[in-house]
Each structure stands twice: as C-alpha cells, then as structure tokens.
Design a protein around this ligand. Sequence first.
Ligand code: FAD
Length: 469
Amino acid sequence: MTDNAYDVVIIGGGPGGYVAAIRAAQLGMKVACVEKRGALGGTCLNVGCIPSKSLLHSSGLYAEARHSLAENGIAVSDVQLDLAKMMARKDKVVRDLTKGVEFLFKKNKIGYVRGIGSIPKAGEVAVELSEGGGELLKASSIIVATGSQPMLLPNIDIDEERIVTSTGALSLTKVPKKMVVIGAGVVGLELGSVWSRLGSKVTVLEFLDHILPGMDREVCKQAQRVLTKQGLEFKLESKVTGAKRAKSGVSVQYESTKVGAGAELKANVVLVCIGRQPYTEGLGLSELGVELDERGFIRVNERFESSVPGIYAIGDCVPGPMLAHKAEEDGVVCVEMLAGQSGHVDYNLVPGVVYTWPEIAGVGQTEEQLKQTGVDYRVGKFPFQANSRSRATGDTDGLVKILADARTDRVLGVHILGPLAGDLVQEAVVAMEFGATAEDIARTVHHHPGMGEAVKEAALAVAGRAIHV
Ligand SMILES: Cc1cc2nc3c(=O)[nH]c(=O)nc-3n(C[C@H](O)[C@H](O)[C@H](O)COP(=O)(O)OP(=O)(O)OC[C@H]3O[C@@H](n4cnc5c(N)ncnc54)[C@H](O)[C@@H]3O)c2cc1C
C-alpha cells in the first residue's frame, strides 16, 4: 500500500467520523480522517454539546449562588459574574477535549489530514489542504461524516453578533438585556436557560403549540411550567416572519398562528435555532450520483452504503436522530461491517436529553406515539416531590413516567423531567435493550436515598403499587 492509499478515508472529524476512525484502526485498518475546521471533534466538541454543557454548568453555579445557597444556610454576598472568565473556561474545556482526540489519533496511528475533502470519484478523496496545496488519497471505502449545520429562516440574516445561531450564542461577550430565542427545541431551551440564568430576559417564540417537538407531551408541559418559573417566557403558536437589526438591538416580527395578529418584539440578541440540516456541500455527491432524500440527507441502507458502491455515510448527514451518541454508534457499526463483522444500532432506543435544570430525558415511545399506533399500554408515574433524595437536595420538580405494554408489561417508553434525568434514563435504556418489563425494573434493588428510586417507584406504579405516593 502506498503512503496515500488507505483502507478507509473518513471525511469529517466529528463524533461520527473520529469514533469510526478509532474503531477502524482498532480493527487493523489503515485509516485517514480529513477535517477542515482546524480541530477534531466536530460540531459536538467545538460548537455544540461540550461548550453548551460547560456554559450550562457555569451558569447553573451562578444561579445557585444567587438564588439557592441562602436556603441551605450559606450566606454569600456580592456574587459577581465574570463572563470573560466563564467563556475562557469553556474554551479551555473545548481545547483540551479536541486535543485529546488528536492524541487518540496519534495513539491509534490514524492519519489526520487538515483540509477540505471532496470525492472526485469512488475510491478517491481529494483534499484542499489547510496549509495550502492539495493531496489525493486513495481508499477502497470512503465514509462521509460531514455532519450538519443550523437551519436558517428566510428574511433573517445571521451576523453571529446580534442575530446569532447556536455558535454565536456560545460566545457572546456581554449578557444581553433581552434575548429572543426562535425555536423551543433542545438547543433553544439549553442556550435560553444559560442566558436567562446569567441575567437576560429571555422570550422563546415557537411555531407549534408545545415545546420540544417529538418528546412526551405531558413531560414537556411540566417542563415548560418549571422553566417559566425560572424566568423564561414562552410565546407558542408564534410564526416569526422577520428580524432586522435596528439602531441598537434587533426587532423581531411574528404573528400568532391562532388568531393571525402580527406583533413585534425588541431584543438585544436574537438566537435562531429552529433545527439543523445535513451538510454535504462541496463533496461532489450529485456529480457522483450519490442519492439524497428530499431533505438533503444522504440515503443509506442498513450497512450505511450510499447509492454509490464504496461510499458510506454516517451521523448527522444521514436520516435519524441528530445526536452525537447516535453518530458515534453509526461510526462504530459502519466500520465493523466493513471489517466483515455484524453490527447493529437500535434506533428505537436512542435516548434524548435536554440539559436544562431540571433535565428532560426520554427513550422509546412517547404516549402520543402509542396512542397513534393503537398500542394498549399502562402508565406508571412518580413525582420527584415524593423522592427522599430530591427532598434532601431541594430538586423536587418533575416526574418519572413509564409506559408499558398492557398485555406483556414490556417497557415501551420512559420519560423523565427531573434532577439528572439524563443519567437516570440510561437505566431504562439498558433495561429496554434487554426487553425488560416494568416489573423487572420494579424488582431491581435501587440504592437509597437515590433519585433512581423514582424510576423504581414509577415502574411499581405501572401495576398500581408505588409505595411512597
Ligand atoms: C448547540 C448544540 C448543542 C448540542 N448538544 C448536544 C448534546 O448535548 N448531545 C448530543 O448528543 N448532541 C448534541 N448536539 C448535536 C451534535 O453536536 C451532533 O449530533 C453531532 O456533532 C453530529 O456528529 P457528526 O460527526 O455527524 O457531525 P459533526 O459533529 O457536525 O462533524 C462533522 C465535521 O465534518 C467537517 N466537515 C464537513 N465537511 C467537510 C469537508 N468537505 N472536508 C473536511 N471536513 C468536513 C466539519 O468541519 C465537522 O467538524 C448539539 C448540537 C448543537 C449545535
């Protein structure tokens, strides 16, 4: 094999691409990964999961110091915000993690090619190198892992200063007095929470009549109530028609989808976060005949093969939940199948987590989906208000809700609003992977005092026998 010949070349070094590269190297393949942003880790590490969680953590501490330490008997005065330091901490977390992936590449002898990749023909990746010049890589298998980008609205020009996407909202240099968030999805609620905790008056405009589309409605309704108590204002059934930079700040025009009346909001910063779309620009896919679906995702079969032999695709640029952990699983399974192994991702059991406080998490079917498909189910619910650990920490908002098949008792969905819901839901994911019944969870010993006891109690409640309510 010549120097530029590989078993696999991966375009994109996000969680899909870099994890695929590491797994392929573990399986003995010669691998290169092409990345154009100057750092590994993709959207997730650089402008997504990690910086947002860093700011959620820091802003949470600030809000706690200002509002809840006193009730714990801790008097602090003169709590000051040093936003530049908070941002510097976030940047360091990001830098350390992206460097960590670079280290893993070296350890696994993966070629890291900095530049823009394209596919002139199957078996070849042309790279416009970041340092200048070009390089042609040859590979029997090419994996496209180029991820996604924010969806934009017509009539709204992003300047990443006053009218921002999530990327700009992760790096504001000043706390805006007023912020308008367009879209009550995961990113809108997380970043809206960050800036609200830091002092912004945040208004969320949402086209639908509920927040967090796709998640269990009952849980989301409760979440909306809790977030409203924290200071976020929600204007549902509001269609944004435009946003313009004014002398100072921005004016946002919207109309009620219910009554049709138009209105305007003024804000210092507007965050547009109405979702993400696949990013496949400049790869040369259409020239190659790689089929995309009507929304621009690369069509792949269960082996991640595109319509052109030798070209595979994974992560955010293929259909499915646009989540880092899903992209990673795609990457692992894709290269395992290239190595002749069998692999499997259970897309029905990809957990989704919103890292607000309390967190919102869900896996499996929602109650709405079960109703729609006519499945006969039973529901068990348990409020954190009745969980002793939650009472001890003061995190009593929310509930655990378990949906189980009425005939077999098999768990079909678990939805949680509550402290560390994201960690709690993982128990349900494992249980559901093993086909557990609600009774299996109910009869599993849970440590006391633990928030996990609320999961056990909800499982007991499916059979109408919760103990502590
Ligand atoms: C604010 C925010 C918060 C998020 N929080 C979470 C979260 O908490 N949990 C979660 O699971 N998900 C979260 N996500 C989603 C998550 O970031 C994505 O699902 C994940 O990054 C997708 O991984 P990927 O590898 O498919 O693509 P990406 O991470 O987008 O990586 C693709 C990479 O490909 C590179 N690339 C593109 N084209 C080329 C080319 N031609 N040549 C070379 N390189 C190229 C890009 O520069 C990019 O680095 C969040 C997203 C955002 C925006």
